[in-house]
Write a protein that binds this ligand. Structure first.
Ligand code: SF4
Length: 366
């Protein structure tokens, strides 16, 4: 607790200085590198057993931009997206869906139509198809059991699940997780630990501005660090700001400020030092890219030339060339990476099924 208080008392300038000292420990050739992954999203189903107050993606939220609900992504749509992704040179496919879509009859019926006994079998089949085309899957479909993670491991370069916030206050009446009873922090932590036990390179992160406070954010970052110390599998932590969208139930009196976002980004870098990448989504911090880099962000995550950010569809992805130019102007180099970070391409973390595809993949240095 005293560490949280002392971090809280640091000014932005103090944090920036500490971040600089940490970055100076890196070899020269790594200090100014900012990474991203050229990806596309396969939104498999937006049916979800939870109803988070901040979620726009859930099928229960009326969509204002004409984006329909997806019971189960059709084969035709999937194939056409994949063909387009190949033309654009996307190396990563983000497979996302609501949590446990198979708890809905409509989804179960559609699975039966596709001759899949279980949702997880459907996901594994898609991952396998993608790998045959040298596209690396990164799956984030909500909490899963140990055995489900085990089934996905050999078909995924990495996987993800946001921490969002472990604050129990958010489950109280009026809180954003009041109607998300399956979203309890223990099962999310268990999922992330199981991924660690299975040596799956992993992405997690916190969602800021959903009713949690500064101390809770810092608490969650420390918790992520302690899980990583135990299992060594967390490759990146996303620091994401909540953006209000028409149609959702949660509307904060005041959105989280850029200053608070910069502060928690710097604190993440101080906590993770140079061991874990700190990622900020560039479409949500547009215009402040360099400020975030100076506060220790070193990754912009997946940027898609062909699909939307389904969580924040009103926030367009930046053009990669423009982002590279912004970075270059201040002496930083934007570099493409794969969904598995180089240091995780080891026998332990990278299954043979993934490793054999890596040689066929070209990546671009901007
Ligand atoms: S944030 Fe995730 S778990 Fe919550 S309602 Fe949306 S899709 Fe479901």
């Amino acid at each position: 607790m005293s560490e949280i208080n002392s971090l809280g008392s640091l000014s932005l300038l103090d944090i920036k200085k500490k971040v600089k000292q940490i970055k100076n420990q890196l070899p020269n050739e790594e200090k100014n590198i900012i990474t991203y992954s050229k990806n596309f999203t396969l939104s498999l189903s937006n049916y979800c057993q939870n109803e988070c107050g901040y979620c726009f993606y859930n099928f229960k939220v009326p969509k204002v931009d004409g984006q329909g609900n997806v019971v189960l992504l059709s084969n035709d749509h999937m194939r056409s997206l994949i063909q387009k992704a190949l033309r654009f040179g996307c190396n990563e496919a983000l497979l996302m869906s609501g949590e446990r879509p198979e708890s809905f009859k409509e989804v179960r019926n559609e699975l039966l139509n596709r001759e899949c006994r279980e949702y997880i079998e459907f996901v594994v089949d898609i991952c396998s198809y993608l790998l045959d085309l040298n596209i690396l899957p990164h799956t984030n479909i909500g909490t899963l059991s140990y055995n489900e993670l085990l089934r996905l491991k050999n078909f995924n370069a990495s996987m993800g699940l946001m921490f969002e916030s472990t604050s129990m206050r958010l489950f109280e009446k009026g809180g954003v997780h009041e109607k998300s009873l399956e979203k309890n922090p223990e099962s999310r932590i268990e999922h992330i630990k199981n991924a660690g036990r299975l040596k799956i390179p992993f992405t997690t992160g916190i969602l800021c501005g959903i009713g949690e406070n500064f101390k809770e954010r810092v608490h969650d970052l420390h918790l992520i660090k302690s899980i990583h110390e135990q299992y060594g599998h967390i490759q990146e932590v996303i620091i994401q700001n909540f953006i209000y969208k028409k149609g959702i139930s949660y509307k904060p009196k005041k959105p989280i400020s850029i200053k608070d976002m910069l502060k928690i980004t710097g604190i993440a870098r101080i906590i993770f030092e140079n061991d874990i990448a700190v990622q900020v989504p560039p479409n949500l911090i547009n215009g402040y890219e360099i400020d975030f880099i100076e506060m220790g962000a070193n990754d912009f995550g997946g940027i898609s030339p062909i699909t939307l950010d389904y969580i924040n569809p009103q926030k367009k992805w930046p053009q990669i060339d423009k982002l590279a130019k912004i970075c270059r102007k201040k002496g930083f180099q934007l570099k493409e990476r794969l969904p598995i970070y180089d240091k995780f391409i080891t026998k332990e973390f990278c299954p043979e099924n993934i490793k054999k595809r890596l040689d066929n993949i070209n990546i671009d240095v901007k």
